[in-house]
Design a protein around this ligand. Structure first.
Ligand SMILES: [Zn+2]
Ligand SMILES: [Zn+2]
Ligand SMILES: [Zn+2]
Ligand SMILES: [Zn+2]
Length: 396
């Protein structure tokens, strides 16, 4: 190509030129083209699997969907994290960050406490829970431990503020900006320059008490949702182990007296269980943000309460039936008589149908009645599909 040559070189021509002179470069060239194509096209993405499977995935129309790559990885096409509906991408990102930040606190609490068998709130190990009338003093002990924990954080913040003040006094040049920072860092809004200098702020105790109560309330709230989320994701892991057992049961049934029966109900039931368990676990971080104060929303307190009750009723009904389905699938039905197998089959079919419907209703409730109340409407979720994440069309 001479200078000022007007020949248009398209990709094909360049590739041919490169190919004849440097065959090894041609492959790199193709890869480069593909990469820039994927970067420019928001309907195409790399599969986020680690180690990378090398596949790129293309969707048509809606990017708010959950897809499954050939390698088996299911992910949210919009944000490339694991499939997380009915959490929105923003909620999921916040939740992951929160879990990371609070993991030490939560670890400490799980080492020293266990969930109350009745109300699932954490109580001290070997102790009881007064929230549901299940023992008393142990809970109070935990409560005071939490109080110490929260108090130490608040005291730490105040100590930092004090250090900043001392530092500034020593250098005798407090800019307005620094003072603002100090005021912001202070635990109570009542902190003024003068009162902290003399350290005789009359409202100190009151403010701190209020903040302490709030910090405790928020921590309890997080622990509650985290416990439920964790319980269901642990169950999902355990149920994935169940898969092999289920296939063994199927092959036993195929050779037994129920051999003539259609056995698809076993596998279908299992996959319904996986999908609903997954949705159930993500429905807890969803509820945490939907009914909490982290995200701005347009609901009044009263509306929030009504909507939360509506949502929790549906969530609990869904949860109860997911547990029932899980229990029936764990029954040793491979050894049952033909009549009892038929009975189990009916139970699994009915529960699968019910659970699938309840899951769809939960998604509909979220999409139609709840998400609209959140401001900055960037909370799109992938629609519910009875068949699970769609097998994506592979690009490369
Ligand atoms: Zn993949
Ligand atoms: Zn996402
Ligand atoms: Zn309890
Ligand atoms: Zn003060």
């Amino acid at each position: 190509m001479a200078h000022k040559c007007n020949t248009i070189c398209d990709e094909g021509k360049i590739r041919n030129l490169v190919c004849t002179t440097h065959p090894d470069l041609a492959e790199k060239f193709d890869r480069f083209l593909l990469e820039s194509y994927i970067e420019d096209n928001e309907m195409v993405k790399w599969c986020p699997s680690v180690p990378h499977c090398g596949n790129a995935i293309r969707v048509e129309k809606d990017k708010y969907r959950e897809v499954e790559c050939d390698c088996g990885m299911q992910f949210c096409f919009s944000c490339s994290s694991e499939a997380h509906s009915p959490c929105s991408c923003q909620m999921w990102k916040l939740w992951m960050g929160k879990c990371q930040n609070e993991s030490e606190t939560v670890n400490w609490i799980t080492v020293h406490t266990k969930p109350c068998p009745k109300c699932l709130k954490a109580v001290e190990k070997n102790g009881g829970c007064n929230l549901c009338g299940w023992g008393l003093h142990a809970f109070l002990l935990l409560d005071s431990l939490l109080e110490v924990y929260c108090l130490s954080i608040l005291l730490f913040i105040d100590a930092v503020v004090l250090l900043l003040v001392i530092f500034d006094l020593m250098h005798n040049k407090t800019s307005e900006k620094q003072q603002n920072t100090i005021n912001k860092l202070a635990t109570g809004s009542a902190h003024t320059w003068d009162s902290i200098q003399d350290h005789s702020c009359g409202r100190y105790t009151e403010e701190q008490e209020k903040n302490l109560e709030l910090a405790k309330k928020y921590l309890w709230r997080y622990i509650h949702y985290h416990n439920r989320y964790k319980a269901h994701s642990d169950s999902l892991k355990a149920e994935v182990q169940l898969k092999e057992k289920i296939y063994m049961k199927i092959s036993k049934l195929e050779t037994g007296e129920s051999a003539s029966q259609d056995l698809r109900w076993v596998e279908n039931g299992l996959y319904t269980l996986f999908r609903s368990r997954r949705a159930l676990s993500y429905s807890y971080p969803f509820a945490y943000y939907m009914f909490g104060h982290e995200l701005q929303n347009e609901m009044t307190e009263e509306e929030r309460e009504i909507k939360q009750n509506l949502f929790e009723d549906q969530q609990q009904q869904f949860e109860a039936n997911v547990e029932k389905l899980s229990m029936v699938l764990e029954e040793p039905f491979e050894g049952y008589t033909e009549d009892k197998v038929t009975e189990t089959r009916m139970k699994v079919l009915n529960l699968s149908y019910l659970v699938d419907n309840l899951c769809r209703k939960l998604y509909e409730c979220i999409e139609n009645d709840l998400l609209g109340a959140l401001q900055h409407g960037s909370h799109n979720i992938a629609p519910y599909k009875s068949t699970g994440a769609e097998k994506a069309s592979k690009l490369a």
